[in-house]
Design a protein around this ligand. Structure first.
Ligand SMILES: [Zn+2]
Ligand SMILES: [Zn+2]
Length: 445
């Protein structure tokens, strides 16, 4: 290589690098300004007041697993007003909306819609109007934030470099609605999915997540332990299932404390113990039930195998018979929720830009709770994070699934803006990283 051609090459590289650098700066500044703008829109009184009215309407009318008909209707009527096209019904009550070019790449945002079968104990103007049903997991807020993200994204539709797929999903609380959405083929060409969950113990404007496992895999069991009923005062003529079941419960506790690796988190909890109805009668049988949790497939399967062996074995020690049902037909086991590493990086960038570095906990401790968002992550890269909705003034400890849960609605604009920014900037980045991506039409979704 001659000296002059070397100089020319250097100059060429300089220009390429320079152009590349300015393009990156341009993209990142566009990116930053739109992110800031998204939070501003979400916080504007017009959007904020609208969000409050939606959330409160859903909160007053909670619907359980696969019965979210009115919630689904409300979502569709809001999407109609925004002129956002959607598919319905998907997985009974589910709604899948589309914003953007209608072409690939497709990125999905998910909100679950169902409430819990429990009585709200919070006395406030918008308390649940349905006895025995309550939005105690904040899915009313999730729906609201995704609708607000739709509003923001629709406003910026011309800038969207692909299609944002809005997933309003039924039946997260035990019904595996996510799996039903996937089984319906509704997300076949989606390249990534984001989900969030309100966290009543995290301050407003803050988020928390981590790469890798963040929630455990979860299964259920129910066992019938049968003996022989009789007079409580003549136990020698009976086979007592109460005592047998009591020993089963104690023995099940040894699975985690004595058999599991202490560094491999696992849980076995018996939550149900039903038997007998009189003070002086030994019943014929007892029903027990509960949940088991683990992060790895191997530990999960091992727990399941040992739960069965312990129940049958301990029942036999007390001359009882036992049958076990892992309820696979009623509810699928939830896999562990495992966050994709590249999407974690993307999330941290977006969240730090929007909220500031001190407001983003990127190494939160994993939880033994479970989420059906994990079904999406089994078939595509997915990312799930906690969003702060803490009521700082409250003395009572706030937790999900509590009849006293009272979320701070000031957190909702952050969730809406993050949803919108995560999706819009993901598509921008995707176009940069995968140039010349083949464009596919919406019909293929
Ligand atoms: Zn829940
Ligand atoms: Zn939930």
């Amino acid at each position: 290589m001659s000296c002059s051609s070397f100089k020319f090459k250097c100059l060429q590289y300089f220009f390429i690098l320079h152009i590349f650098a300015s393009t990156s700066i341009l993209l990142s500044s566009t990116h930053n300004s739109s992110i800031n703008n998204f939070l501003e829109i979400a916080n504007s009184s017009e959007v904020f007041d609208w969000m409050m009215s939606i959330r409160r309407k859903i909160h007053e009318n909670p619907e359980l697993c696969y019965e979210e008909f009115e919630t689904s209707k409300l979502i569709r009527s809001e999407l109609d007003k925004m002129d956002v096209p959607y598919k319905h019904p998907v997985a009974i009550t589910g709604v899948i909306g589309f914003i953007g070019t209608g072409l690939s790449p497709f990125v999905a945002l998910r909100a679950d819609m169902d409430a819990l079968p429990m009585q709200e104990m919070v006395e406030w103007e918008h308390k649940s109007k349905v006895d025995g049903k309550m939005h105690a997991c904040g899915h009313d807020a999730h729906v609201t934030m995704l609708l607000a993200a739709a509003k923001i994204l629709k406003h910026h539709e011309k800038e969207i470099q692909g299609t944002v797929v809005l997933v309003f999903q039924p039946a997260e609380e035990g019904g595996g609605g996510a799996k039903k959405i996937l089984d319906a083929g509704a997300l076949e060409n989606v390249t990534a999915i984001f989900g969030l969950h309100i966290a009543p113990d995290i301050p407003i404007g803050e988020v928390a997540s981590r790469p890798g496992p963040i929630m455990a895999g979860s299964g259920r069991f129910e066992a019938k332990i049968s003996g022989k009923g009789g007079h409580a005062a003549i136990p020698q003529h009976s086979i007592d299932p109460i005592l047998a079941a009591s020993n089963v419960v104690i023995s099940l506790q040894h699975l985690v404390s004595r058999e599991a690796d202490p560094l491999d988190s696992q849980v076995v909890t018996v939550t149900k113990f039903q038997g007998g109805s009189a003070f002086n009668v030994i019943p014929d049988y007892v029903i027990i039930g509960g949940t088991y949790r683990a992060f790895s497939k191997q530990s999960f399967n091992q727990l399941r195998k040992r739960i069965e062996q312990v129940i049958i074995g301990q029942a036999a020690v007390h001359r009882c018979n036992a049958t076990i049902d892992f309820l696979d037909e009623v509810r699928p086991n939830y896999p562990p929720t495992v966050n994709n590493g590249d999407l974690h990086e993307h999330f941290v960038n977006v969240a730090v830009n929007m909220l500031g570095i001190n407001k983003v906990n990127s190494a939160v401790t994993p939880s033994m709770a479970a989420e059906d968002f994990s079904f999406y992550q089994k078939v595509m890269p997915g990312y799930w994070f906690w969003l702060g909705v803490q009521n700082a003034s409250h003395k009572r400890l706030q937790s999900l699934h509590s009849p006293y849960l009272e979320i701070n609605e000031d957190g909702l604009p952050y969730g809406a803006a993050l949803h919108a920014s995560l999706a819009a900037s993901y598509l921008l980045k995707y176009q940069q990283d995968v140039p010349g991506v083949e464009r596919r039409y919406l019909d293929e979704l």
